[in-house]
Design a protein around this ligand. Structure first.
Ligand SMILES: [Zn+2]
Length: 336
């Protein structure tokens, strides 16, 4: 779930403190550089692929209701959001039902255009997750929500059941879980928002939520943030904090959580390529700003069990030319 906030109207998230004053807003050249890095940095071949499925996009969010044609601009942003997670390089076993194998899971209808969906015997390729997407209008304070479904069941060969439940990852369930594997999930987007569906951060404007930011955030939940057993196994309820080693190292101690233990606490900050930014996986996002996964967000995913590879910034610097130089100079200014 992600809520909307801006300097005028706060999010409708219950019991959340306000955002800190003076939220960092990067310069245009810096923001362009950061987005380019997400888009073009080469990733290892074992990278996780997100396969979006529009078959339940029944209310015109990604598919034109009249012509039936895909809305390419919106779908392209989803793909860009998914590329953010191509840094994850775990090997996920394929889900391939054979004779005698069966599995099913219930998901919320991603367009809220029908009753909950029971999906049965889906085949999912290796190193791939399947994500059903859609949207519909709802209360204006909410941007979207996501999940991996519920009532997951599988029967058949031992290896098949393991592939469904954990994608071949070990120790994924229970209070001492240390890893995570998932078949996929669903994301619903709130169609009532005046979304910015562009890639270029220069097109962001006050009052319009950034679709890339929300899509990236919601994918994070399907990838276990705030939901995996291996997430909850690292929560200290007495201090309302996340104690994972990688995240604690980045943050400088246990990381404060929201009251539902599904996010970092509102306004927890980190950085993206050395530039300060509010964490992506806190409960709300500000209209008119783009948030990318920060070092802290990636560290949290690492603690959940994903193998998160470093982005080779120096080796790729030539890709960004003067934009990156501007970004680096800006970063130095901020540290003095
Ligand atoms: Zn959320």
């Amino acid at each position: 779930m992600i809520y909307l906030s801006n300097p005028i109207s706060r999010s409708d998230s219950p019991g959340k403190p306000g955002l800190p004053a003076g939220k960092f807003k990067p310069s245009r050249s810096l923001r362009v550089a950061a987005v380019l890095m997400v888009a073009v940095v080469p990733y290892p071949v074992q990278a996780i692929t997100v396969q979006f499925d529009y078959s339940y996009d029944t209310r015109g969010f990604f598919t034109d209701s009249v012509s039936g044609e895909p809305i390419a601009e919106r779908r392209a942003i989803l793909e860009l959001a998914a590329s953010t997670y191509a840094r994850f390089s775990d090997h996920l076993m394929p889900i391939t039902p054979q004779a005698g194998d069966t599995w099913s899971v219930t998901i919320t209808h991603p367009s809220l255009g029908g009753p909950p969906l029971r999906l049965t015997d889906l085949a999912v390729a290796a190193d791939t997750i399947r994500v059903y997407v859609g949207g519909s209008p709802s209360a204006p304070g909410v941007l979207g929500f996501a999940g991996a479904g519920n009532n997951l069941s599988a029967s058949g060969s031992e290896s098949f059941v393991s592939d469904v439940l954990s994608r071949g990852q070990l120790n994924t369930s229970g209070e001492n879980a240390s890893d995570y594997g998932v078949w996929g999930g669903y994301i619903w987007f709130n169609a009532v928002q005046d979304w910015y569906f562009g890639v270029d951060v220069g097109g962001l404007s006050a009052g319009r939520p950034d679709f890339l930011t929300t899509a990236t955030h919601e994918l994070g939940h399907i990838l276990g943030f705030g939901g995996a057993d291996s997430w909850f196994s690292q929560i200290d309820e007495t201090t309302n904090s996340f104690t994972g080693a990688a995240a604690s190292a980045v943050y400088g101690g246990p990381v404060p959580l929201d009251s539902f233990y599904n996010h970092w606490a509102e306004g927890v900050n980190s950085e993206v390529f050395g530039i300060p930014q509010e964490s992506l996986m806190d409960p709300s996002t500000v209209r008119g700003l783009r948030e990318l996964p920060t070092s802290l967000d990636y560290a949290g995913f690492s603690d959940i069990g994903w193998q998160v590879t470093a982005v080779p910034v120096p080796a790729s610097a030539w890709l960004f030319g003067s934009a990156l130089l501007g970004w680096a100079a800006h970063g130095r200014k901020r540290t003095v």
